[in-house]
Design a protein around this ligand. Structure first.
Ligand SMILES: *Cc1c(COP(=O)(O)O)cnc(C)c1O
Length: 226
């Protein structure tokens, strides 16, 4: 299945300069990525550490790699030398480990706190109430633990896999409200990004205030099995 470059251009034009377009390239080939790289795309996201490492070695160094989904603490060290953002930070232990590994590499890593807003059960992501409590604690926590090498730059979430637009819209709206609350309540200068919206719901997400969308299958077709 070739890359749908026409769709790519269409989405890029539609998003304009306001919303960051992250291409989700998990389980796609290096050739596919190169094709979009040649069209000046620089933000790509991956879900699997081994796959990401192999691709990063082969591809140009000015790609901004984003890690989406669940990341085990013991794997942070492999991607810390180059990863641009980690979207899927779902515990403070993980945040601390990212900070430690980023410091070792003398760099800073953008971190998105993942929130669980969908109806489906999943182990991953903070539940909103828990997130608010933890964020309220963050200034004190930063004082103790420093966290000088992570930039807490916003929230990431996935809406329910649903054809019900109203439900999806409700979830995105809820997330935006949570994001606004945190922005006004807590002094976190870098907290500016709201990563929400995928192939099937990015238009709704953008209307509801997304600053970053993560799109894969619209460009590449159905993902192959892992
Ligand atoms: C796979 C994935 C996407 C992209 O999904 P598509 O439906 O292919 O656009 C976005 N975000 C996360 C966290 C993912 O795991």
């Amino acid at each position: 299945m070739p890359v749908n470059t026409e769709k790519f251009r269409e989405i890029r034009d539609e998003l304009g300069g306001d919303v960051t377009f992250v291409v989700v390239s998990k389980l796609r080939t290096v050739e596919d990525i190169k094709e979009l790289y040649q069209l000046d795309q620089r933000d790509f996201a991956e879900n699997y550490v081994q796959e990401l490492l192999a691709k990063q070695l082969e591809l140009p160094k000015d790609i901004r790699w984003h890690f989406i989904g669940h990341l085990q603490s013991n794997k942070v060290k492999y991607i810390a030398p180059f990863i641009h953002s980690i979207q899927g930070v779902d515990s403070f232990n993980l945040l601390e480990e990212i900070d430690r590994q980023a410091a070792k590499n003398d760099r800073s890593i953008d971190c998105f706190l993942q929130v669980h807003i969908a109806q489906e059960d999943t182990k991953f992501g903070f539940d909103p109430k828990e997130l608010k409590e933890l964020i309220a604690e963050l200034p004190r926590y930063k004082l103790v633990n420093k966290l000088n090498n992570v930039k807490i730059c916003g929230l990431m979430a996935m809406a329910s896999f649903s054809e019900d637009h109203e439900q999806v819209k409700k979830e995105f709206r809820y997330l935006k409200g949570l994001f606004d609350d945190i922005q006004s309540d807590v002094n976190l200068p870098a907290f500016k990004e709201l990563s929400m919206g995928m192939s099937n719901d990015y238009k709704i997400a953008v209307k509801e205030g997304s600053t970053m969308v993560r799109i894969g299958s619209l460009l590449f077709g159905k993902r192959p099995d892992r």
